[in-house]
Ligand binder design. Structure first.
Ligand code: ZN
Length: 229
């Protein structure tokens, strides 16, 4: 029986690594991205180029349709540094202002609904508890609860794979190398955008970004640790 998966693919380092992980395991892999009104479009704009690059790597022929869904309810709700013009610092709730409440819950719900129509019950996402910024919707417990809720609500056995859940950023680079060798590392380096500012101007040895925001600092530190293992 042929297997298929739907990857939550934002165009960042983590979701690109997850996509390579899925391509190595499933016969057919589709991708979904979400336009939630994020201030910086760099990640979304990087998606088509990344998909084209991955198609040329091993297992690239397994890559199927790409979907882009609007979830601008999150922008309408606002109040986050990722949707509104505000600084990234610690909020009164003890979480970074980059936290978008409910984002991963909505992403997973929309992905599962799309998967229902596409007859795909295996979802793959880059949620990670190791290096996470304290976002409660990245926790393994949250994901497990979503598996239960979606399986009940859709009357299907939904599976959510989170290959990065217990990896740090250095291990995520190492996983990319293990999956796709130097070629995949090069694609991730050159084409993925992790930066909270959506900055693609400066080329660092770890890729593109402002070099100063928390996401860039995490990516840079992870890359140094990966290179010096
Ligand atoms: Zn940055």
């Amino acid at each position: 029986m042929s297997t298929s998966a739907l990857v939550l693919f934002s165009g960042g380092q983590d979701s690109t690594t997850c996509l390579a992980w899925a391509l190595a395991r499933f016969d057919r892999v589709e991708t979904v991205g979400f336009d939630y009104g994020q201030r910086h479009r760099a990640e979304l704009e990087a998606r088509p180029g990344l998909l084209a690059a991955l198609r040329k790597l091993p297992n690239g022929d397994r890559l199927g349709d790409d979907h882009l869904l609007p979830l601008d309810t999150l922008k309408a709700i606002g109040g986050s540094a990722l949707t509104d013009d505000m600084a990234i610092d610690m909020g009164a709730d003890g979480l970074p202002t980059s936290f978008v409440p409910g984002r991963n819950l909505m992403f997973l719900t929309a992905a599962a609904a799309l998967g229902y129509r596409r007859e795909i019950a295996d979802l793959v996402g880059g949620m990670c508890e190791t290096d996470y910024s304290g976002y409660p919707d990245c926790r393994a417990d949250t994901i497990q609860a979503m598996v239960s809720a979606l399986s009940l609500g859709l009357a299907r056995d939904i599976r959510i794979h989170t290959p990065l859940m217990w990896l740090d950023k250095a291990a995520t680079w190492a996983l990319a190398e293990e999956l796709g060798g130097a070629e995949l590392v090069k694609v991730i380096m050159a084409d993925t955008v992790t930066c909270y500012e959506g900055n693609r101007t400066y080329a660092h040895d770890w890729g593109l970004g402002c070099g100063a925001c928390p996401a860039c600092e995490l990516r840079a530190a992870g890359y140094v640790k990966y290179r010096t293992r």
